[in-house]
Write a protein that binds this ligand. Structure first.
Ligand code: FAD
Length: 291
């Protein structure tokens, strides 16, 4: 199935998980033998696998997605970025993704590599994700057509001069024939509802799937806020400050918050939820079971 198929005529919210390739062989083994079966038990529609900076996890991204699809029998998606890659290198990766029978790609520009302030495209590559989407669509036929997800930012992409401009740029990706939008994480549902209204007003009518990441520790919260600009509601921030370095207490707060956030989104018409799992299952199990 392609992304679009999961959302057509759905009777239940579409739940999906995002994982990343571990750095070590031992981590990879643990992911395949323990994490993936636990996640699959929760009944997600598909699992997506991130792509490391500059393609650093290319092989592992594909290997994990292939395990999900070909050994565990669940649809998988490979993330793919334009960082440091020429068109022909990207074609080569897409060819390998298709050969593994993976039908879905999360098409991204990617962040500048560490030490660089600005994204600089490969001289024979792509400047923005809409160009990657256009390229993929131009090089496929109805038999090889993949499902394409693109990224959306309820609180604006950090580089964008305004949310309106960012939504104009989102529209380029949608007009290039993306199937769904998966959003950056956020903690305030009102940000998502406002975004959804603005996106609809811009003429975008494909599913906008909220991306959520349960809070695991105080340091994680600080990191996230500076990396992607997600705003934390004051009362949530207060609870986390009160829990201090007690990570177990913060996890309980994070689980309750993410459960309530998920329930609110579903009640208010979100087509599904994409969870940033961070390769740990206990919180996600509690949240999805409560849902
Ligand atoms: P773009 O859509 O190209 O947007 C980047 C910036 O350029 C925005 O400010 C936008 O407004 C502007 N822009 C877009 N198009 C144009 C245009 N045609 N002309 C002028 N300006 C334009 N990163 C990874 O490295 N690996 C991953 O696996 C990964 N997975 C992700 C999954 C999700 C769901 C999300 C939300 C993000 C993910 N990222 C990942 C992070 C992502 O790569 C960064 O946020 C990156 O900075 C932007 O990628 P993009 O695809 O949104 O880029």
């Amino acid at each position: 199935m392609r992304f679009r198929d999961f959302f057509k005529g759905k009777t239940r919210p579409v739940i999906s998980f995002e994982i990343y390739p571990p750095k070590t062989k031992r981590g990879l083994h643990a992911l395949k033998s323990r994490l993936l079966p636990k996640l699959i038990e929760l009944g997600p529609s598909y699992i997506t696998v991130t792509y490391g900076a500059g393609g650093s996890t290319q092989g592992e991204t594909l290997e994990i997605a292939s395990t999900v699809k070909n050994e565990l029998g669940l649809e998988a998606a490979c993330h793919l970025t334009c960082v440091g890659a020429s068109k022909s290198e990207i074609d080569d990766i897409i060819g390998r993704i298709r050969t593994e029978g993976i039908n879905n790609i999360v098409a991204l520009r990617g962040d500048p590599p560490t030490g660089q302030d600005q994204f600089v495209a490969h001289e024979e590559g792509f400047n923005h994700a809409n160009e990657l989407v256009e390229h993929i669509r131009a090089t496929e036929d109805s038999n090889s057509r993949v499902g394409l997800a693109v990224a959306g930012y309820p609180e604006k992409h950090l580089e964008a001069e305004s949310l309106d401009v960012d939504i104009e740029n989102l529209k380029r990706k949608v007009d290039a024939d993306a199937d769904i939008v998966i959003t950056q994480l956020f903690y305030d549902n009102d940000a998502f509802y406002d975004y959804r209204d603005k996106v609809a007003a811009a003429g975008i009518d494909i599913p906008i799937v909220p991306g959520l990441m349960p809070i695991q520790s105080r340091s994680q919260v600080q990191r996230i806020a500076s990396l992607c600009g997600a705003t934390l509601p004051k009362n949530l921030l207060g609870q986390i400050e009160d829990a201090g370095d007690d990570d177990e207490a913060v996890k309980v707060i994070g689980t309750e918050q993410c459960t309530a956030q998920s329930q609110g989104l579903i009640r208010n018409g979100a087509p599904g939820i994409h969870y940033y799992v961070l390769n740990r299952s206990p919180q996600i199990r509690r949240i999805v079971r409560a849902l």
